[in-house]
Ligand binder design. Structure first.
Ligand code: DX5
Ligand code: ZN
Length: 218
């Protein structure tokens, strides 16, 4: 049985009281923070000053997901701000190997994210530079979208490549993860699950996290 982690996304939380919203997911493994710039994706969320403050008040590690252009320039700042892991989009990086090295040098785990239609095969040679691979299971930009089953074969191929490499690389899925879809994602080989609306959309987010983790591990 694989160890499974649940990282709730605060994109679906109440942005006027993030400290309280963090306390509602105390059962989680990390908090997923979606940074959007209204350029790489058609939505705008929060940036470095908020991430810095979240790092200061959060008991959970920060799992920062950068959906921003010019990520080679801005990414390392999030690692310096204390993020435990920083995911950058391969589609937004001109120099992904350098960026991954910069993130690690700044003390974060380096993670590369791929949109649903971006193949993983061109990036397999750089697995040794990475601590995590993030496969989007919706088009990035918004919470509450439906899980794209079309990504399942890529999850399987990524799992096979990671296992074949022998490296301790996590495989994260993000988007549309619910009590129903988490089973398919876990079966395909994911071991870190981002869940926004299916956690914060419930009465008891902490309990929703436990339920999702149990389902993924089953
Ligand atoms: C989407 C974000 C996700 C989002 C997931 O672009 O990267 O992290 O918050 O939300 P749900 O779980 O509602 O699909
Ligand atoms: Zn995300």
């Amino acid at each position: 049985m694989r160890t499974c982690q649940i990282n709730p996304s605060i994109l679906s939380a109440d942005f006027t009281n993030l400290e309280r919203e963090l306390s509602r997911i105390h059962t989680a493994d990390a908090v997923h923070v979606d940074v959007m710039d209204n350029h790489f994706v058609p939505n705008l969320t929060l940036g470095l000053p908020v991430v810095k403050r979240l790092g200061e008040v959060s008991a959970l590690p920060l799992d920062v997901h950068l959906m921003i252009s010019d990520v080679d320039r801005w990414g390392p700042g999030y690692a310096e701000a204390g993020a435990a892991s920083v995911s950058f989009h391969a589609e937004a990086s001109a120099a992904p190997i350098k960026l991954a090295r910069d993130l690690r040098a700044a003390g974060a785990r380096a993670s590369m994210a791929l949109r649903p239609a971006t193949p993983i095969e061109p990036y397999l040679d750089m697995l040794p530079e990475l601590d995590m691979v993030l496969l989007m299971t919706v088009e990035p930009g918004f919470g509450g979208q439906a899980f794209l089953d079309v990504v399942l074969p890529k999850i399987r191929r990524a799992r096979a490549a990671i296992d074949g490499s022998g490296l301790p690389i996590a495989l994260q899925v993000d988007g549309g993860v619910t009590r129903e879809t988490i089973l398919r994602a876990a079966e395909a080989g994911a071991d870190v699950f981002v869940a926004g609306s299916s956690v914060y959309g419930t009465e008891d987010p902490a309990e929703a996290v436990v339920t999702l983790r149990n389902l993924a591990a089953a």
